[in-house]
Design a protein around this ligand. Sequence first.
Ligand SMILES: *[C@@H]1O[C@H](CO)[C@@H](O)[C@H](O)[C@H]1NC(C)=O
Ligand SMILES: *[C@@H]1O[C@H](CO)[C@@H](O)[C@H](O)[C@H]1NC(C)=O
Ligand SMILES: *[C@@H]1O[C@H](CO)[C@@H](O)[C@H](O)[C@H]1NC(C)=O
Ligand SMILES: *[C@@H]1O[C@H](CO)[C@@H](O)[C@H](O)[C@H]1NC(C)=O
Ligand SMILES: *[C@@H]1O[C@H](CO)[C@@H](O)[C@H](O)[C@H]1NC(C)=O
Ligand SMILES: *[C@@H]1O[C@H](CO)[C@@H](O)[C@H](O)[C@H]1NC(C)=O
Length: 561
Amino acid sequence: MDDRLLASFLVVTLLIGSSFSVAYASRLAADGPVYDYSAYTACKSAPEDPLYNGGIIKDRVHGRRHHKLSLSGSRDNSPAAFVFYNLPGKTFYSFSSWLKVEDADSSSIQASVTTDKTTYQCAGTVIAKQDCWSFLKGGFVLDSTSNSTFLFLQDADGGDVNISIASASLQPFTQEQWRINQEYSINTKRKRAAMIHVADVHGRRLEGALVEVEQISREFPFGSAIASTILGNLPYQNWFVERFNAAVFENELKWYATEPQQGIVNYTVPDQMLEFARGNQIMVRGHNIFWENPKYSPPWVLNLTGPELKVAVNSRIQSLMSQYKSEFIHWDVSNEMLHFDFYEQKLGPDASLQFFETSHQADPLATLFMNEYNVVETCFDMNSTVDAYISRLRELERAGVSMDGIGLESHFTIPNPPLMRAILDKLATLNLPIWLTEVDIGNTLDQQTQARYLEAVLREGFSHPSVNGIMLWTALHPNGCYQMCLTDNYFRNLPAGDVVDNLLKEWQTGAVEGQTDDHGSFSFYGFFGEYKVTVCYGNRTVTSTFSLCQGDETRHLNIQL
Ligand SMILES: *[C@@H]1O[C@H](CO)[C@@H](O)[C@H](O)[C@H]1NC(C)=O
Ligand SMILES: *[C@@H]1O[C@H](CO)[C@@H](O)[C@H](O)[C@H]1NC(C)=O
Ligand SMILES: *[C@@H]1O[C@H](CO)[C@@H](O)[C@H](O)[C@H]1NC(C)=O
Ligand SMILES: *[C@@H]1O[C@H](CO)[C@@H](O)[C@H](O)[C@H]1NC(C)=O
Ligand SMILES: *[C@@H]1O[C@H](CO)[C@@H](O)[C@H](O)[C@H]1NC(C)=O
Ligand SMILES: *[C@@H]1O[C@H](CO)[C@@H](O)[C@H](O)[C@H]1NC(C)=O
């Protein structure tokens, strides 16, 4: 290839490579604010600058960037508050601020919002300290315009505490702007440019060759819980395989299921489920080794003495991890340990730590997860605030435990997308894989509403750069599902099923075809995954496969015929 040719190659690549992101970037700029993913989980001696230069808060503090308010934050007695007049409805608000408390070593501070209509909406939490600044990031959604909106900061336990606030920021996004930001993220983080170069055996570029590209598998793990009801149920199996590349057993691997009576261990059902998954190249999460909620421990476990329990838990780990060494992509080791502590009560404060260690020794390559609810779902639950989760993760890390991933159950009722994203932003600072592990929408809502909220949650999850996989909690039983089904018992879609099918289609590269240009090249943007490419020129046809995996550069592929 001569220099001139090489040069024109590069130009084309650059043009194609950049026109894509430039187009999106300019669209973003034209249409409004670019979402700021910044987050901090370290306590700092000085606050950082406010996000969005303060957003709509900056006007109220007359340009003073580190405006510091000192307010009493008690619940009853004039809590610290910002007041906003005429905030528009159908709008997402991203809120952030740096906080310090004055009268306690540390205090859980909750941001909450009241409007003309709603009395109390949690908009974020932070564990604030006395001698350094902590970063609160959250947000809220206004359905309709609110004449006066109060954003309170107060001690979550109702205590009387003086709060210092700095670098506060409130940035509105219209629904359209929010969506554009999601799409920008999806287009830049979940897709990649590919260029196919077609030449003959002598290296001569072939112009006008017909290129057909088809995505044959997805890289992003997207799946659902399954139950033993899938065994021998061909329609269920076909329905599942057509959609998903990942699964988790709803209950079948839990201790109470595999060892209902002490010493009588039976893996028949999970073995069969695993065989189904393996036969269809479906990856499976291991859920779970232990569940800290005594209600879901085998009944016989409850009555064991400490030493007896110690023997039983070790034998559980050894048995499970040797039966399934290397089979499961993750293990939820000590499920819901922010809410329950059955094993700590019985075995001492290091129980979970020991579980992680023993599991790691039993299978050093196993990916060990924590798994929790009410972390991204809401911020009312003080047991599982984002900072509580992070501090537990750090505690395990400090103790030398191999902790490989952050599981977020994602059992939502009414999702709050700006809050959900803010929490993901903070968790992302730990640089661990984040999975949404049990996504559903509560059954107190009708099916249409469940579907609408499910779509909001899935878009938020898929568009967040730090989310590595999404699992739905929609295992089908003859009498329904835990909270939300995707189909009826004849695999006819319910509204939530339509949402999932439409998103699966949207997040897969559709049929791409065209002809090579005068450089013998053909390019396209595709979601990460495996592709089949067929090139026809004259009477010759070549078929090849290639993968588009994560990477910033254009993927180049040479095809010769
Ligand atoms: C909000 O303001 C409008 C116009 O000033 C007024 O008509 C309306 O009653 C107010 N709504 C509430 C809930 O205060
Ligand atoms: C908060 O600060 C005020 C003014 O400095 C002080 O009078 C009050 O005692 C403080 N509150 C608490 C709970 O320490
Ligand atoms: C194990 O479980 C399977 C499925 O429930 C059952 O058919 C089988 O009899 C059990 N095996 C033993 C040894 O109990
Ligand atoms: C556990 O002990 C309690 C009281 O000591 C007893 O009533 C119960 O039946 C025992 N449960 C099991 C599963 O052994
Ligand atoms: C949450 O935390 C409180 C206080 O630490 C505790 O009493 C409660 O049992 C915890 N669990 C749940 C499920 O809320
Ligand atoms: C394919 O086309 C070439 C030239 O166009 C010709 O020489 C060759 O015989 C053809 N091969 C077949 C299998 O038709």
